[in-house]
Write a protein that binds this ligand. Sequence first.
Ligand code: H79
Length: 430
Amino acid sequence: QVQAQKKIFNETPEQTEKRLSWWVHDRFGMFIHWGLYSLPARHEWIKNYERITDSAYQKYFDNFNPDLYNPREWARMAKAAGMKYAVITTKHHEGFCLFDSKYTDYKATKTAIKKDLVREWVDAFRAEGLKIGFYYSLIDWHHPDFTIDRVHPQRVSDPKEYERLNKGRDMEKYRTYLFNQVRELMTNYGKVDMLWTDFSYPGANGKDHNDWNSVELLKMVRKLQPGIIVNDRLDLGDYEDGGDFVTPEQYKVSEWPTRNGKRIHWETCQTFSGSWGYYRDETTWKDNKQLLVLLIESVSKGGNLLLNVGPTSRGLFDARAQERLQGMGEWMKVNSRAVYGCTEAPAGIQRPDNTLLTYNPDTKRLYVHLLDYPLQRIELPGLKGKVRYAQFLHDGSELKMRDTDKGGLAIDVPVRKPDVEIPVIELMLE
Ligand code: H79
């Protein structure tokens, strides 16, 4: 007998599914990490990694001036890539706010650009028809009341030192700031489709749900934005509804994640090159095929992909990011039917070697993604008599099928690989 779990809200499973339905359908979103760290251009954790003091970090605030910022261009690039929603860092761990908060001067409106960058972003992405999400860092390395802990730039080696270090800092006051800012974000920008909080690290000299007053914070968010979807980083794992989806960061899940034996909603967040913030000299960029596999593999295991861009301090997507977005868009233009509304293939359908399967339960179409192009034919075990029609998805050209002796289905494919990064076979199931 499985113990009934604690719940914060009284929402039925059907209501939850309905609230999440656009997001489950859309599958592919853009993450945007933009802040003062785009000036040093060597990772968004630089203040921590290099233990930079507030006064030494000040030069990035003083020189922040994204004069080429044009969020309509960003939105058009996201849309052309096939992305349906986008999530922007309203504030990252460094504490700098892209939005015009009443509760701090550490914000874009007080820099040379003098604008609420979030307001313009929301308007632009809405205008292009994308859903919008706010990333908000629970961690704040700038706020004077945020206690120094094991992931703070001023962390120390002796664990007993923290008490002395934190004299005069008051998390109660920080919590008030956190609630005030989240209330602003949930109130001043119209409908917000998603809130992406980041992150909790329970334990010695860490921060957990008590530090954020997570239950009350989540209640406030859901009250102000009833339809909103919220991620799982508030440390509310004790509650069945303490987060709408899990967030595997920068790794691949081996299978559809579960909780108490039940499959749960998930979204992996991934970078082009390793860093989330713009990193000028990073050389570890994934190629278009790797990125497409990330997307297809996520969908094939019932999940979403939130793929990150780190804009430059002038406000542009750099050429490497643009290239990849364009490459993915080219594929999505003709293959998005194998992504939107799709999920894992029905149980019992086996994936041939070097392929990934996605499935649309509404149209009963099965998609075979050919990661490594086969020679002349591909065999699908167990599908004999179960497929009405087969075609390449990119050009809608018929593919001839034959039953095999072993109850399988053989599909003939042209010897030459079609000119598409990952060719997809569309099978209309009975
Ligand atoms: O915003 C992006 C990252 O900056 C942020 N989440 C994404 C979306 C993030 N970065 N790292 N993490 C979240 C997890 C933190 C891991 C570590 Fe550590 C920080 C590893 C080393 C330093 C905390 C301290 C865990 C181990 C030691």
